[in-house]
Design a protein around this ligand. Structure first.
Ligand code: ZN
Length: 197
């Protein structure tokens, strides 16, 4: 279904039951998705010590690998390791983590993933303060003339997609709003702005 939809990437949430209170799946499932998918795999590691698994997820087929700011003591080194494996490197911020903490590393990051819910479960309500963080991040990226993409994950649906794009978001992650829809392909088209074109 995703291969014939207008989705650009497939976003995969890896949860370890330690960094977040839930367990999802690991590299074996990513590998299976890679075999069926025509789209780049955007792998979001919600795990502790993500630096231990960078090459594992590369081998499983990740094209973009995102780690959590809160899970990395040596973030700069971890980012360089991801890039050395030939992947795009992303950093995710939990709702309580300020954007300003990325000031000294924004140039090294391909993508910043703003968590607009607390990570760990699907189907949660969008946290409104995320708009403020998107504006702050957008300003930081512009001030530093960086090419970093802004991605938002959690509570994204057809009601807030256009507003998020207007606020400066480049990548929308939608799980529940797509997969619980009666017409997932149509919902993806609406999220992509197909209805307004
Ligand atoms: Zn995610």
């Amino acid at each position: 279904m995703l291969n014939r939809s207008q989705a650009d990437w497939i976003h995969l949430d890896i949860m370890d039951g330690v960094f977040v209170p839930n367990i999802s799946f690991g590299p074996m499932v990513v590998e299976r998705v890679k075999k069926s998918s025509l789209l780049p795999l955007d792998v979001h590691l919600m795990i502790v010590q993500p630096e231990k698994y960078i090459s594992t997820f590369r081998l499983a087929g990740a094209d973009i690998l995102t780690v959590h700011y809160e899970a990395c003591t040596h973030l700069h080194r971890t980012i360089q390791q991801i890039k050395a494996e030939g992947m795009k490197a992303g950093v995710s911020l939990n709702p309580h983590t300020p954007v300003s903490l990325l000031e000294d590393i924004i140039h090294d990051i391909d993508l910043v993933l703003i968590m607009s819910v607390n990570p760990g479960f699907g189907g949660q309500k969008f946290i409104e303060n995320s708009y403020l963080k998107i504006h702050q991040l957008s300003r930081l990226i512009n001030d530093r003339q960086s090419r970093t993409l802004i991605e938002v994950d959690g509570g994204v649906d057809t009601n807030n997609a256009a507003k998020l794009v207007d606020a400066g978001v480049n990548v929308l992650v939608a799980g529940n709003s797509v997969f619980s829809s009666t017409d997932p392909v149509g919902t993806i088209a609406i999220l992509k702005g197909e209805n307004s074109r």
